[in-house]
Design a protein around this ligand. Sequence first.
Ligand code: DX5
Ligand code: ZN
Length: 331
Amino acid sequence: MADGRARVAASILDADLSNLAYAVRRVQKAGADRIHLDVMDAHFVPNLTFGAKTIKHLRKRTELPFDAHLMVDEPGRFLDEYLDAGCDSITFHVEIDEEIEPTLRRIRAAGRAAGLAVKPGTPLSALEPYRDLLDIVLVMTVEPGFGGQSFMKDVAQQKLLAARDLFSHRAFGGEVHVDGGINRETAEFAGGLGVDILVVGSALFIKGHDMGREIRLIRALADEGYQYALNGGVPPIPRDRMVTFTSLPKHLAHRLLEEIEAGGVPAVMLRGAGQMNPDGVRDYDVLVPASAESIVTERHAAARAAYQRAAVAWREAFIAEHGIIPPPSHP
Ligand code: DX5
Ligand code: ZN
């Protein structure tokens, strides 16, 4: 399981369709979080892919969750087959003529996640009547039908954040998926608009590119974009940046470190360039994660001051007893 926020759903549309079992194993090995299955019926879109039977066979080949994206005219008519095939979520298009609500209800009654997708030209308001029944909103940033098209940035800008609002009545849950043209160049932008799931197709199947690396990069870029946007356009504090909380003689630094860690904050002690002590050993720096600096200060500022006073007393006592031991000289 990836540790960031964004998740990658690998679309196998651009894989070798004669060997889909290999494709799902490959994306699983590369670290994809889910598999996005693009079903096309040559009616709703001018292309034909695979159907429920293929999905059912693929189900045995991987443990990854299956997100079905039905680009078909009559999802309701064939819904049972997709449920039976083991899809974890089923998303279909709001632009169809078939009745939408009963299909959403049936998907949910089967315990699966239900989603509606919108083509680039369809406004999100088309989803309003169904919002209470939605677990997924899938925003298409290319015209459905084919992999490998370019990302429509204006559509993303217009709809991705707004799609999140469709879930405002829910205390938790609700996923926004972006589908079409996601790659290293576009992932950060989409991430900045708060998407949960990035559907990635052709970018995973570029000859000479390592698929695992593409997935990691896309996830990391999306997370970075999200953090950056959240932080008002200021680069966020990297999770692993440490700051010096104080510097103390080694034995005192060690005690303070233990107190900080007892509160659940990971701290480290490093030999610093700080004050030289009479025993010839410099003060140690006590470092804490930048993201925890304020809570550590709140909890331990008084202890820090007390340890600083103890350090002064210890230095004086040491000098009184032993004098000053010169630091080891390095030739
Ligand atoms: C398009 C499909 C997408 C698409 C993703 O109709 O719904 O899932 O194939 O492929 P890329 O990432 O190549 O746009
Ligand atoms: Zn899709």
